[in-house]
Ligand binder design. Structure first.
Ligand code: TTP
Ligand code: MG
Length: 357
């Protein structure tokens, strides 16, 4: 039986800003550009969330909901620095750590026999050290697998600790909403609702052939998750080889001008993810991909070791456009990253590896 802790920092970027600027404490804070820009929030503190403000919301809308909201531009270097300190604390308890982003990681503490072998006591101690040494709060989930540990860390946010014991899984799962299942996004959830599936219990009650019909090849994985079973291991040596974002447009981009106009929004998303994952240090090249309305596709790539600008992407887009010079339905931006020589084969049951161009 594995013992997994999932730790997720509370309103991480906002909490770091409050830490270094105490005048923000107790006030509603959003991290993002000014309300008169087209910026969206990276996150908001819990004070602001009371007004319905949340991550990915346009700053302009956030200020309408919460007029006294203080908008702070993001300082990624600061978040990285605090993230590294959190990681150092984790390393006191295990070397089996899988970071998911700057503020979130799985820890496999199965082999840590201190604290009487109690993962719950380890989680308490981790939270305590983060609070005392870094003046930040984290929420932790303790469970026999990654899926349940992640659900648990979210259960009592902020500053929460929630434990799902093996003997409680069978009673815990049936009422759990399908939206909580790993990999089920808004679109899938909507489809499942239309089929009358709202909870993990609903999934459990359907026959396996019905579920195969719905989920296809990944059916077994999802049905297992709905029963609280997850055999994925904590991947300490996971290394991303590339990072891409792409968009399929409901209205085709008819000419290069329209494609260029669509580029900044994708660029924002791409750069945000590159920053959050600290991937610029490992950049080898950047790419633009297009797919035409008649499904021809092409990718153009340029070597670069420092962060490309939106202008750099524009240049590539103009160049790749000439290959077909016809309307496109899909535009993608990507990066190829350096990987260390030693590589471990990793489980395919992880969406992050299906994302490459
Ligand atoms: P989350 O853990 O999703 O959010 P959070 O830590 O701000 O709040 P919570 O207490 O609910 O965990 O994301 C971690 C950080 O990642 C967050 O502080 C900012 C950044 N982020 C973005 O930049 N854009 C986004 O859309 C999201 C969801 C997060
Ligand atoms: Mg968080």
């Amino acid at each position: 039986m594995q013992k997994i802790i999932h730790v997720d920092m509370d309103c991480f970027y906002a909490a770091v800003e409050e830490k270094f600027n105490p005048s923000l404490r107790g006030k509603a804070v959003g991290i993002g550009g000014p309300a008169n820009s087209r910026s969206v929030l990276c996150t908001a503190n819990y004070e602001a969330r009371k007004f319905g403000v949340h991550a990915a919301m346009p700053s302009s809308q956030a200020v309408r909901l919460c007029p006294h909201l203080i908008l702070v531009p993001p300082h990624f270097e600061l978040y990285k620095q605090e993230s590294r300190k959190v990681r150092k604390i984790f390393e006191r308890f295990t070397d089996r750590i899988e970071p998911l982003s700057l503020d979130e990681a799985y820890l496999d503490v199965t082999d840590n026999l201190n604290f009487g072998g109690s993962a719950t006591l380890i989680a308490k101690e981790i939270k305590k050290q983060i609070r005392e040494e870094l003046s930040l709060t984290a929420s932790a989930g303790v469970a026999p697998n990654k899926f349940l540990a992640k659900i648990a860390s979210d259960w009592k946010k902020p500053d929460g600790l929630f434990v799902i014991r093996p003997e409680h899984i069978d009673s815990f799962m049936p009422s759990l909403k399908i939206e909580k299942i790993y990999g089920v996004g808004k679109v899938t959830a909507k489809k499942l609702h239309e089929l009358g599936l709202f909870t993990c219990g609903d999934i459990q009650s359907r026959s396996s052939s019905e579920m195969t019909h719905i989920f296809g090849k990944r059916s077994e994985f999802y049905v297992d998750l709905a029963r609280g079973i997850d055999n994925r291991v904590v991947e300490t040596s996971f290394e991303r080889k590339s990072l891409s974002v792409e968009e399929t447009y409901s209205v085709d981009l008819a000419n290069v001008e329209q494609a260029l106009a669509a580029l900044p929004e994708l660029f924002e998303e791409w750069i945000g993810r590159m920053e959050r994952g600290q991937y610029f240090d490992k950049l080898k090249s950047y790419q633009v991909k297009i797919k035409t309305t008649d499904f021809r596709q092409s990718t153009i790539e340029e070597a670069k070791l420092s962060a490309p600008t939106v202008k750099d992407f524009e240049k590539l887009l103009r160049a790749v456009w000439l290959r077909f010079d016809s309307p496109i339905r899909l535009l993608g931006l990507g990066a190829r990253l350096q990987v260390a020589a030693k590589e471990k084969s990793s489980s395919l049951k992880d969406d992050r590896q299906l994302e490459f161009f």
